[in-house]
Design a protein around this ligand. Structure first.
Ligand SMILES: Nc1ncnc2c1ncn2[C@@H]1O[C@H](COP(=O)(O)OP(=O)(O)OP(=O)(O)O)[C@@H](O)[C@H]1O
Ligand SMILES: CCCCCCCCCCCCC/C=C/[C@@H](O)[C@H](CO)NC(=O)CCCCC
Ligand SMILES: [Ca+2]
Length: 564
């Protein structure tokens, strides 16, 4: 029985004596005073779920280095939290048992308990490293910080260091994935996106589902993805873990955390264009991305440079935005709550997922909805806004990143099947600066007269009518129907050039007084080749080795344990 597996004895840590206990789900050690009385204030508790490894002797993380096998010692490695941030580190404590016999009992007891709790832990991982991501440190980070941890935890790996863009995606689409319990991405958001596209594509292929149909219920992916951050923005990692730290991410992978994540599919005329988890943005963020591509040599600073340039240019763009409001109105983008580990809004969505037949999505396949704004003000209804926008942002999650620790939409949920739509209408530079700067402090960036925010399930954008012909040209070009897995540049080279030329012609447009009449869409850091798009949220389509950001219980360990 569970009871019989308990191990209890006194143990020493250095010179100090402790009373130690291994129960079904916790390992705890409490200091004893000279009269052998426990001091409950100073108890150390580690959930078995958070034990990483147990080694005989006095060992370091790197095996065989300084290993002193005194026969009564054993070393326990576990997850250690920081009091101030979601950053995790490896805790290491060397215990000395009263006898070798008891030492062996402890080691065996702890190891078998970890084994009993390890159903969700990965044993074999497929790792992709982008050696050119961010500051080009991916390989070094993986080799020096992550390999020793995976070895310690007994995880075996197959490592692919990429030699070209889209290699990881193609590998996942085509190669045998049997025997792997998960995928790991060492890189930034672009690299994560590659893995995600490969995995979603592969899963639909095997399930016989067409990704192009925006109304279809896609097959959720069973393999989880772990992100070892080594990129420029690391938004997906930051927003799902709370920090972009390689060690923290590795620990979430090792203990087998599981965080479902909403994914947006972006379509153009019933063709899938791309998936997004973070930002689908037109106007400001589209322009920043496009401009920053011309300054790649600057490294990660190019986003700051282009951000400043695009802020100064003060461009805004006309268009029609149609959005389908989320039907679950128990949460809102302005309710000041935060999606945290064990989030109730998200777990409620998990339950609703099973009985998913959503009639409001039927209208997705129609070319236009044209519902008069006045007649549709309920949930699950399409709404239309026409105007001039400084930015149109759709985000499935908060999109928190080091630049903006609360993100584009601080109250957005990771796995509730909705995205937040932020509409920033044409405004002065000063007004836009006020909005932007509020992403970096605690002020409400939505509490401004030119900003609106909605919780939605789908979005459609159409550029102004007179330019629609351009889009038709594109459709008729022979390259338009080429497989979506071709890189954008290859796929649309003909029409992309044409588009660029058209744009250049518009640069000096004296009629509208604008620099140009069209922006482009930024989809998780990739420029999309179309302006007219339809985006739809797929609830919990993928899963990550993460648990969301841990809540405010971390100060008091016991309370924290109750919260989990
Ligand atoms: N070996 C490679 N050579 C060139 N490009 C690659 C290679 N491997 C991956 N890529 C591409 O590099 C892009 C950027 O990589 P990644 O996301 O890791 O870094 P990043 O610094 O965060 O990106 P960005 O600077 O674009 O924000 C990805 O879109 C990926 O497809
Ligand atoms: C006065 C100071 C003003 C400072 C304003 C900072 C506002 C930051 C808001 C946070 C935006 C996060 C958007 C996330 C986008 C990512 O999916 C994408 C892929 O990595 N990155 C970019 O497109 C790169 C382009 C985005 C750069 C932030
Ligand atoms: Ca969401």
């Amino acid at each position: 029985t569970e009871e019989m597996d308990w191990v209890q004895s006194s143990l020493r840590v250095g010179r100090k004596k402790y009373s130690a206990l291994l129960s079904w789900s916790y390992f705890r050690w409490t200091p004893l005073d000279p009269r052998n009385r426990e001091d409950p204030e100073k108890v150390k508790v580690v959930p078995v779920m958070e034990l990483i490894a147990v080694e005989e002797g006095k060992t370091q993380i790197l095996p065989n280095r300084n290993k002193e096998d005194s026969v009564r010692d054993f070393t326990v490695f576990y997850v250690q939290r920081s009091s101030r941030s979601p950053r995790w580190s490896v805790g290491r404590t060397v215990f000395t048992a009263p006898s070798q016999d008891l030492r062996d009992q402890w080691v065996n007891g702890l190891r078998s308990r970890v084994q009993q709790h390890s159903d969700n832990r990965p044993r074999r991982l497929l790792v992709f490293i982008n050696p050119f991501g961010g500051r080009r440190c991916g390989r070094k980070i993986y080799q020096s910080q992550i390999v020793p941890l995976f070895e310690l935890a007994g995880i075996s790996t197959h490592v692919v260091e990429t030699e070209r863009a889209n290699q990881a995606r193609d590998h996942i689409l085509k190669k045998d994935l049997g025997g792997f319990d998960g995928l790991v991405c060492v890189g930034g958001d672009g690299m994560f996106s590659e893995l995600m596209h490969g995995l979603i594509g592969r899963t639909q292929l095997e399930a016989g589902i067409s990704e192009h149909d925006p109304t279809v219920t896609l097959q959720p992916c069973s393999l989880r993805i772990g992100i070892i951050p080594a990129g420029s923005t690391d938004c997906v990692c930051f927003a799902t873990v709370g920090v972009n730290d390689p060690i923290t991410s590795a620990l979430h992978i090792i203990i087998g955390d599981d965080q479902p994540l909403d994914v947006c599919s972006v379509h153009h005329r019933n063709q899938l264009v791309r998936y997004s988890v973070s930002l689908v943005g037109y106007g400001f963020y589209g322009d920043v991305l496009e401009d920053s591509d011309r300054h790649r040599w600057m490294g990660p600073v190019r986003y700051d440079y282009s951000g400043l340039m695009m802020f100064l240019s003060n461009r805004s763009y006309r268009g029609t935005v149609e959005y389908l409001l989320a039907d679950n109105q128990t949460s809102s983008p302005r309710d000041k709550t935060r999606c945290r580990s064990g989030c109730l809004v998200c777990s409620e969505s998990t339950e609703r997922l099973c009985s998913q037949t959503d009639s409001s999505l039927d209208t997705l396949s129609q070319d236009s909805f044209q519902s008069p704004a006045s007649s549709s003000d309920g949930e699950g209804q399409w709404h239309t806004v026409e105007g001039r926008f400084r930015a149109i942002n759709l985000t499935c999650m908060s999109s928190a990143c080091p630049k903006s620790p609360d993100g584009l939409s601080p109250s957005a949920h990771l796995a509730d099947g909705t995205a937040d739509l932020i509409l920033v209408r044409q405004c002065s530079r000063w007004s836009f600066l006020t909005h932007l700067s509020r992403h970096t402090n605690n002020k409400d960036q939505f509490d401004l007269p030119f900003v609106d925010v909605y919780r939605v399930k789908a979005l459609r954008f159409s550029p102004p009518n007179e330019e629609e012909d351009d889009e038709d040209d594109e459709e008729q070009s022979p390259t338009a129907d080429v497989c979506k897995y071709q890189p954008v540049a290859e796929r649309d080279s003909g029409s992309a050039k044409k588009r660029l030329e058209r744009r250049k012609k518009q640069v000096l447009c004296g009629v509208c007084g604008d620099v140009r009449s069209r922006s482009c869409w930024n989809c998780d850091g990739e420029v999309l080749p179309h302006t007219a798009i339809l985006a739809r949220v797929h609830c919990q389509l993928i899963r990550l080795f993460a648990r969301g950001i841990e809540g405010p219980c971390k100060k008091n360990k016991d309370v924290r344990l109750l919260c989990r």
